[in-house]
Write a protein that binds this ligand. Structure first.
Ligand code: ACO
Length: 434
């Protein structure tokens, strides 16, 4: 963070003629920021930015997005390169420690994650308290939050060792918990993790293995799972990450903070979108119906939106969507599947990208547009889609949480507001109210 050479902004009150200089701070890439931290003290005014469309909430060295060009970098490396050449734990190490690991560091990191994958045996009882038909995300919210009850020896955020143990526990146990949430919902026994498998293989195995037989998976399928995890690992200050940071700013323990992130991710405008895409494609049903649904998406009086299209930051093709589209073809070919929903999705994309409404508003497919089709081909029910996103994003949440905790300037996050309610008035006793 450096003071800008481009100087300062001057804010002038046109009524009084008072003016204030607001410093500008440069990052390494992307727009500079106007430092408004002293604005209220100096002017008596707040800024107003619902939805945080123009607000930088923190300083971060993890992830950079250029939404206009469709660029996503983690610690300077492009998402395309990482998805092509790294595995998920490589990316996790990069996000957490800032550099790609060398061979020894990678081996140690993989081992440390692998040896934290089992969950406390008592957790089985906790799971059994849920209804069988509970949504797996509802179970995730509860079980991840409950981790602080099972692992209270790694909840002291001021102890570096405990922070490190909590980091490994969260990254390692999320797939186990996610697979358990799935198994519970379909009435099958839980599977223990296997240490000879990679992160993605282990997750697939815990999810799909049944006691009666071994689960066989091809390298293409395991690679596709791993790639889905990489594509969802981190995405700057999105809603769930900001939720984690806000929760953590109060000093809350890491498991409680990540549970807050899981809850936020569940919403259909965020992590729930790939489930919504698949539901939408099934509802559209046939190519002939696409124009009707595009009209609905454009109609301001109709709540229908084209799910998997549009993004707060990307005003170009989401780079993750391109990688996901490639994965989609690979998986369907490997499994020798012909999914009519893929044809429908491609036709929908083609027509929407030629439609002036979508062109003018710069609405492009986002990562969720194709991920649902891949996940369906891998055998996941739609209710598990957001759960998988939560497993992957845990890495980003934890890395951002660590970065925030280690920032000596950390303050509790406490936004202000524009109050529009009644002014102070006299209390009316019950008997005198009309
Ligand atoms: N279909 C139809 N119109 C849309 C869509 C869409 N999918 N997305 C945005 N628009 C329109 C809006 O109506 C708005 O029109 P207006 O300017 O005439 O009012 C304009 O495009 C700008 O959209 P906003 O909603 O203001 O943009 P915002 O940044 O708030 O929303 C969001 C981004 C939530 C992702 C939105 O595009 C959306 O709802 N998309 C569908 C859901 C989705 O795919 N979410 C996944 C996001 S990626 C992720 O979380 C991993």
């Amino acid at each position: 963070m450096t003071q800008s050479n481009s100087g300062a902004f001057t804010l002038t009150n046109k009524t009084t003629g008072d003016s204030w200089d607001l410093p500008v701070i440069d990052g390494s890439l992307g727009p500079s920021v106007i430092d408004v931290r002293k604005l209220y003290g100096q002017t008596g005014h707040f800024t107003f930015d619902p939805g945080f469309t123009s607000t930088g909430s923190c300083e971060s060295a993890l992830t950079f997005i250029d939404g206009d060009k469709g660029v996503l970098l983690h610690r300077g490396y492009s998402i395309e390169d990482l998805a092509e050449h790294s595995d998920f734990l490589d990316v996790a190490y990069l996000l957490i420690y800032g550099e790609l690991p060398n061979k020894a560091e990678k081996a140690n990191f993989d081992r440390d994650v692998t040896y934290h994958t089992m969950v406390h045996e008592q957790m089985m009882n906790f799971f059994r308290g849920f209804r069988r038909d509970a949504h797996p995300m509802a179970i995730m919210c509860g079980v991840v939050g409950a981790m602080s009850a099972f692992y209270h020896d790694s909840t002291d955020i001021h102890d570096e060792h405990q922070r490190m143990v909590a980091t490994f526990r969260l990254i390692a146990k999320m797939p186990t918990i996610a697979a358990m949430a799935y198994k519970y919902s379909i009435g099958q026994p839980f599977n223990y993790p296997k240490n000879n498998l990679s992160y993605a293989e282990n997750f697939l195995d815990m999810t799909f293995r049944v006691p009666a037989e071994e689960y066989k998976m091809s390298p293409t399928i395991a690679r596709a799972m791993d790639r889905i995890f990489i594509l969802h690992a981190d995405h700057e200050q999105n809603a769930s990450t900001s939720t984690v940071r806000l929760a953590s700013s109060s000093g809350a323990n890491p498991f409680a903070c990540i549970a807050a992130g899981v809850a936020c991710l569940w919403g259909p405008a965020h992590g729930g979108a790939n489930e919504a895409v698949l539901n939408m494609l099934m509802e559209i049903g046939h190519k002939d119906n696409i124009p009707e649904y595009l009209e609905k998406a454009k109609d301001k009086n109709d709540p229908f939106r084209l799910m998997g299209f549009g993004h707060r930051v990307y005003k170009n093709y989401d780079p993750r969507a391109k990688v996901m589209q490639k994965s989609c073809y690979e998986v369907l070919e490997e499994l020798d599947l012909k999914d009519p929903l893929l044809d429908l999705a491609m036709e929908l994309e083609r027509i929407a990208l030629e439609d002036p409404y979508f062109v003018e508003k710069k609405l492009f497919p986002n990562v969720d547009f194709y991920s649902g089709i891949v996940l369906k081909a891998l055998g996941f029910p739609t209710s598990m889609f957001t759960v998988l996103f939560a497993v992957a994003r845990t890495v980003g949440w934890v890395a951002q949480w660590k970065e925030q905790i280690e920032d000596p300037t950390l303050k509790i996050g406490r936004p202000r507001q524009l109050y529009t309610g009644p002014e102070q008035r006299d209390y009316v006793p019950l008997g005198k109210r009309s």
